[in-house]
Design a protein around this ligand. Sequence first.
Ligand SMILES: [Zn+2]
Length: 394
Amino acid sequence: MHSYPLYYKQPYQKTHAATIVDIVDGALVLDSTICYPEGGGQSGDIGTISGVTLLNTTKDDDHTIYHHVAEHSFVVGAQVGIVLDWNHRYHYMQMHTAQHVASGLLFTHFSIQTVSVHQGERILTIETDAVAIEPSLCYQLEDLVNDVVRQNHPVHYEVHTQSSAQTLGLRRSIKVEGDGVRLVVVEQVDTVACGGLHVGNTSEIEFFHYAGQEKIRGHIRLIFTVGALAKEEIRKVENVAAELGVLFSAPLQDLVDAAKAVVSSAVQLKSELRKAQQLLAKLSLASLVAEAELVASVPVVYWKIPQEIEMKDVPQAFTEYDELVLCAAKESDGQLSWLVGLQGKATGLLDFPAKKPALLAAIQGKGGGKAPLYQGSAKADCDTFFAAFGALLK
Ligand SMILES: [Zn+2]
């Protein structure tokens, strides 16, 4: 059961009445359709079918076209009305046409071949065979494509046999098998085999914009925006630049330097803050050690770590001491982080690995580590942990 495709003959038809001939896993098969199915780097049409949202259009290897609609109560035999999301479809027609023009000009002017293309919801990407492309070349390409847009080149289709198509010397090999090869001809600019949908004239591309590049599989992939969305993207970038200008109190030409200076100063401040935090941990522990009770001449410190001290700075502070029992804990977000350190003769006061299971059971905790430091988390509060640890020391 095929949904007979009308989109090649009538690419500008936005609405269509059809009959449901099959329903497969909820997807509608119609007697005929204007909905272009996903494929060849182009997304499927969306819109509504008799008021129900059309989420996507796909096809199978048998060329049957499926209309994936939201929850529905359609039955086979019913008459339905398709309304395309025209902005969505038209943008894809613009992007497809722009892609052929851009790939054609890349080849004829710069000897750069197109390896693969992708039309996204907002951007068009062309993966090239080049390992590097100067931005200046991309701007030249942008200008050349926009010249073609202004020059109003008609776009038409030709159906060829494989052998007649081969004689045309196309820049790109034909990927479909059999005769009935559909060529899209952007007159005087590019001819390529393509099963996609295109605008009827290059002026309908409206506007072609180079939006950047990235490296993929060792090649350069160029990123473009097309038509109304190109303008939207440019305005978005301008708005971001304007907001950053206010934020950094700098005009556009000084913005990058101003941002660099602020980032560099933030990095410096962060590094100074870390040093201060580490010093705070050391000094705090030192004052506790100075006042600590001694057990067999080893100071025993119970340390309820305040919020301003980072738990990660405690081990370094601890290693400053040759003789120390440290039982430390920090409460945050209803969770207890605990740390036990046994340095020097302290190891003789407590066989921590042997006693750890009992301690963890008492505080509903978990954790590990090896001499001289053990760490973990627990559900109990600080005081319960200290009491449970104190009981082990006796
Ligand atoms: Zn195409």
